[in-house]
Design a protein around this ligand. Sequence first.
Ligand code: C2E
Ligand code: CA
Ligand code: CA
Length: 404
Amino acid sequence: MAKILVIEDEASVRENILDLLEAESFETLAAANGKIGLDLAVSEVPDLILCDLMMPNIDGYEVLKKLNLQANTATIPFIFLTARTAKADVRTGMDLGADDYLTKPFTRSELLSAIKSRLEKQKNNIKYTSNNQKKSDSFLPELQILKSCLLRTLAHRKLREFQAHYQPIVDTSSGLIVGAESLVRWQSSELGLISPGELIPLAESTGLIIPIGEWLIHNVCNQTKIWQDAGYKNFYATINISVNQLIQPDFVSKLLKSLVENDLHPSSLELEVTERMIGQDMNTAINRMQELRSHGLKLSIDDFGTGRCSLLHLKQLPIDTLKIDHYFIHNIDKDRQKSVITKGIVEMAHNLNLQVVAEGVETKAELNIVRALKFDKTQGYLLSHPLPVTEFEELLLTNVRLIA
Ligand code: C2E
Ligand code: CA
Ligand code: CA
């Protein structure tokens, strides 16, 4: 049964909710203040959190902000309990990424229906998300080993254990490589090759994404300049950015410094952010994105279609490119509904002057549809896996057409 954490400072209200949930056979955790609530959220990773808005010291907004900063707690469905009916309070909570709110006093059926609908939504999200945090959480001892190893590696500044691999981004009509997505790899001397699926959530939850991200940005700027100087003047690289990186106050200045140090034009970098991540701290994220764009950097929405971003919403985002998630491309040739939806997305994105990239193209049949739907660019194992620098360079320098 689902595990629900109740964070509520008023004992009578808390006990009431707990009784109600236990009567419905939910597993429960109780916290009498925000601090205990946060500790329990991190150690227990509940399936859903009910949290009072008005609490002394750490209030409900603060709890949610802190949960948003850690990868393993950021995706837990969060419902505010509020005695206030003021629209502004509710709005603030929703802007911070709360999933729902209940105004006290609420009825048993209101509470249960809000919980049920959130748990259902989360189940679907997990199905579609590529974030395999949940998987790694169920192997806690391994996760601990991985974490201490990562801490040791960074403490000794053994950054050579990290590498960027590059996956070609191919112009769909010419078939030529126009850019590359950088993807981090950790070749640990103690544990062997660790995939980003394991590394990134851990790096995010520990804050180590900041030094790793800085290293990657510097490295990618340096490499991109080398390839441009080799004659590929318009070559660009994309970098995946985590929310924890984006909201660092010095993120933009450090990034600009890396560009200057490598004498690289800002338009040679495209930063990939996900819809999910913008939703976590919408105002800060959008401000930061606007700032980056004002300096000439490009921005894209990664894994489009898996989060909450509607096409309508896109109009307000300072972006250049939409990367349509692998989910939409997989078997697109066999699934009429998928191809109809995807066609609509591409057309609307073009109307908004956005470039559209197909991710995860694995078969010729999928590629044919991607071309027919007029995707601007294509990535996927069919054209090339992500490659280490030397192998990518060989491919680039042959000027090979990856789409005939
Ligand atoms: P993503 O940004 O969606 O990156 C694409 C992932 O899809 C890569 O996995 C890539 O190897 C894989 N892929 C490419 N073509 C195909 C295909 O045809 N079929 C299939 N099934 N998969 C394909 P990878 O390298 O394991 O990265 C996984 C995720 O880790 C990335 O997903 C991204 O979210 C995250 N990540 C990787 N590097 C970084 C990084 O430097 N910083 C941050 N913040 N996240 C990163
Ligand atoms: Ca990406
Ligand atoms: Ca993606």
